[in-house]
Design a protein around this ligand. Sequence first.
Ligand SMILES: *[C@@H]1O[C@H](CO)[C@@H](O)[C@H](O)[C@H]1NC(C)=O
Ligand SMILES: *[C@@H]1O[C@H](CO)[C@@H](O)[C@H](O)[C@H]1NC(C)=O
Ligand SMILES: *[C@@H]1O[C@H](CO)[C@@H](O)[C@H](O)[C@H]1NC(C)=O
Length: 338
Amino acid sequence: MGEFVAMSVLTVLFWLGISGVEPLKNVQISVPAAVTINQDVPLTCLYDLDHGESLYTVKWYLEGEEFYRYIPKEIPPIQTFTTMGVDVDISKSDEHKVMLRSVRHEQTGVYKCEVSADAPEFETDVVSAQMTVVEFTTNTPLIELAKTRYEVGERIRANCSFGPTRPAANITWFINNLQVKDQYVNEFPVFEDGTRGNWVKSSLEMDTDANSFRGGRLKLKCIASVYSIYKRASEMQIEEEKPRSASVLGSKDSSSSSSSSSGNQVGLNTSGNSKSPGVSDTSFRSSSHTLKASVQLLHSVNILFFVLPFLLLQFPSPLLHTVGQRQLLSPPLQRSSR
Ligand SMILES: *[C@@H]1O[C@H](CO)[C@@H](O)[C@H](O)[C@H]1NC(C)=O
Ligand SMILES: *[C@@H]1O[C@H](CO)[C@@H](O)[C@H](O)[C@H]1NC(C)=O
Ligand SMILES: *[C@@H]1O[C@H](CO)[C@@H](O)[C@H](O)[C@H]1NC(C)=O
């Protein structure tokens, strides 16, 4: 349970005036700002009674409606009221503490503790704090991209949607693990899905530049969070598109898609392709029909792209031969021979 109790516990301090004798002092309420649904939640109300004073009542309210009353002189001292479905575990409650059992969405609201000292003055103090019961989903954020390959200078357009949660989640974008500034992000209006909660959608529009791609890739991440108690992330890779390959869209090549992707990390240097443009063009061509393909496929294509120049150095003749054939089949690539 402790894991989900909100980090930030609202503590409100109420200090009585400076009126000589104070029968009741230092009334404080401690209510978590956010909790997850179905959790048992302890609420506390602390106070000091002056020497010789005794307690008359402690009353708890949710949104102005009483749900718990403690009167030490009565037997039993505890009374509860069915207010907004509040379920109090009496065995764990007393004059300072109220244990809520399995909280529900309706129990989001302002909690108030009212303490009264006994006769003759019946001095009374009230303190209050807001608690939000968070409802969430096992869904993960959905990233939608206009396309998965971009040239340097092109504008990335992506949406991230998530739900249902209550309250609505916040969406944060990251590019290469750096948070994207607000100016590139737009929120769509929150969509309420009946009793299930709220859906949120955020769009990102940002121009890429020479620093956007690391080794030909850009990592796009969308994080949906509700306060500090709930967080879900989705991630996608965007590949850098070399301008040269833009003209060869449409020619499919199934033969080279996986034959040489050994998982080897050799040649993780994008500038390597300038030494053997024909080879890298070939690998781009083989993947040009995968604009909407899965991230996994993009990975393997990427490995191929890096491994081919290496193989070219190791085994020059067979590969050059293959490349030569492709160039013949594909006129726009002919200018790329060394
Ligand atoms: C993002 O969502 C908006 C509104 O639904 C839609 O018009 C746009 O095409 C979407 N963009 C992408 C990249 O999916
Ligand atoms: C969303 O972010 C704002 C600003 O950081 C914060 O005040 C608010 O509590 C957050 N809402 C949720 C549901 O996390
Ligand atoms: C990539 O290789 C080039 C020379 O081939 C070199 O100048 C450059 O520093 C390398 N870059 C990285 C990131 O290793």
